[in-house]
Design a binder for this molecule. Structure first.
Ligand SMILES: CC(C)(COP(=O)(O)OP(=O)(O)OC[C@H]1O[C@@H](n2cnc3c(N)ncnc32)[C@H](O)[C@@H]1OP(=O)(O)O)[C@@H](O)C(=O)NCCC(=O)NCCS
Length: 156
């Protein structure tokens, strides 16, 4: 039996493990700076929501969400950060159950839910399209400190 529940600070270590598994899966482990201790602090924040899928073996997946201001509407939105189901538990509808739990959370306050999916992640796009989500392309830009410092040095 799979059960979806809100994570508490007691889930910090399990969540840290799953975030690292997901980052390793995406070849991005070097960019994960958060640790279990920090997760303990983050999970205590009201704007950070993590839903955990669990069966008799323990946590088998999660989704992480940040509730934040959306300036054009003047209200809040739910920014979905990660969605992850452990290998061996995939293709059994657990990812869909986690998204259903996100929809329930959003419906409480009628909030928009927003997230990104890589252009080459066709399975992910199919998965989200089946849930009835809109898929629009938009490029993401980022300015790391070293990059904007180079810009600042150039305009000085
Ligand atoms: C995406 C993910 C959470 C789906 O969980 P799940 O429990 O297998 O989902 P469900 O059983 O409800 O649905 C299965 C569908 O999800 C698809 N899927 C979506 N994203 C996928 C991914 N990145 N890798 C593999 N399958 C994915 C499967 O292909 C399948 O659809 P299909 O039958 O059309 O191929 C899981 O595959 C996963 O953790 N993948 C690695 C992390 C990831 O890619 N996260 C999403 C980033 S946008």
């Amino acid at each position: 039996m799979v059960h979806i529940r809100q994570a508490t600070t007691a889930d910090a270590a399990a969540l840290d493990d799953m975030v690292r598994e997901l980052a390793a899966h995406e070849g991005d482990l070097d960019h994960v700076l958060v640790d279990a201790n920090r997760w303990g602090q983050l999970l205590a924040r009201p704007d950070v929501r993590v839903l955990i899928a669990q069966d008799e073996s323990g946590p088998i997946g999660f989704t992480s969400i940040v509730r934040r201001i959306h300036l054009w509407t003047g209200g809040d939105l739910l920014a979905l950060d990660d969605l992850y189901v452990r290998p061996g538990h995939r293709d059994k509808g657990i990812g869909s159950q986690l998204m259903t739990a996100v929809a329930r959370l959003a419906a409480e306050d009628n909030l928009l839910v927003q997230w990104g999916v890589r252009l080459d992640n066709h399975a992910g796009q199919r998965f989200y399209a089946r849930l009835g989500a809109s898929l629009n392309t938009k490029m993401t830009a980022s300015w790391a400190p070293a990059q904007y410092r180079r810009h600042l040095a150039a305009v000085r």
